[in-house]
Write a protein that binds this ligand. Sequence first.
Ligand SMILES: *Cc1c(COP(=O)(O)O)cnc(C)c1O
Length: 384
Amino acid sequence: MTRGRADIVVELPAIRHNVALLRQHAGVPVMTVVKADGYGHGLAPAGQAAREGGATWLGVATIDEALALRAAGDTGRVLCWLTVPGEDHAAAIEADVDVTVYSRAELAEVVAAAAGRAARVQVKVDTGLSRGGAPRGEWEELFRRCADEERAGRIRVTGVWSHFACSDEPDHPANDAQQAAFDDALALAAAAGLSPEVRHLSNSAAALLRPAARYDLVRLGLASYGLDPAPGRSPDLRTAHRPGLLPAMGAVARLAMVKRVAAGESVSYGHTWTADRPTTLGLVPVGYADGVPRHAGNRAEVLVRGKRRPVRGRVCMDQFVVDLGDDHAEPGDEAWLFGTGLLGEPTAQEWAEWCDTISYEIVSRIGGRFRRGWVDESTRGSNA
Ligand SMILES: *Cc1c(COP(=O)(O)O)cnc(C)c1O
């Protein structure tokens, strides 16, 4: 495969595999969450691969993301869940997107936008995350209004849902409390006369760690891309016959320069690292403007010529420096920042640990001047 200066390589078969594996493991239908450009993997290609892997639903944050899926040809069920007053609900309804309401005001906006089309609406209840969703004191009234609108034929309530705060910590008491609150909300919805098609509470970590919270649907983001939402805690989905989750994204750049420095020479802005012996440095031509965290300075590693090479000094806007020791390397050599880990390269999870963050942030922020390409069975061996 011809590599450019810097490439993000997305393996679509890995996404398909992960979605199918998770679907089988969860035992309920799956919504693959493709918000934020498919966590950096590409909204439309990730969405299509997820459908092929068996995702019944795709989930996005914004109406714009939902409409972009439709523009790319997706015709399946799509849910969006984050709007501000005045957004184009009519476009979403027209495009057969299920929209989420958190409040009576939002419900009124959707009803007005529906103009008789029986908008598909899901109600999000806040069970303890204290982020989006209707607060507990408003559930009863919101459900009652929804039921009124449904009886009048102006909407169809297709879902009631909520979101965990601590699902990556399975023993955290908030999980039980949130699930109990969710059950209360479902009872109130039923009492109001609603019979939602899907009730859903679990993201990736909960789907893996809390089987009792799967209800009718699980919303899977991170795990669909092959990353572990609860590192060290998630079940291993591998069997003798099939691999477990496969990271779908690789990031690779080609060395721009290789040079020898003497003992005592210092590297990059602020001279935060000094060679204690003569060594060879490689210049990696991506930086924080391309989503390589500045926190990676003097912490992260990349794979060059089969070996892990430490980052020396600060990560700059466009470039950073790695230590090749006394090994031979040449400009143009590949430096793998992260990938599956199967060839010795770091994983996005390792980058997350080096940079005091989570792998979600590593993959969703990498980009900038990387060229992104999608690899599939049919394109393997050609340009990504
Ligand atoms: C992003 C998001 C998800 C997916 O979470 P993961 O931890 O990536 O599985 C699920 N539901 C909602 C509401 C989200 O915003």
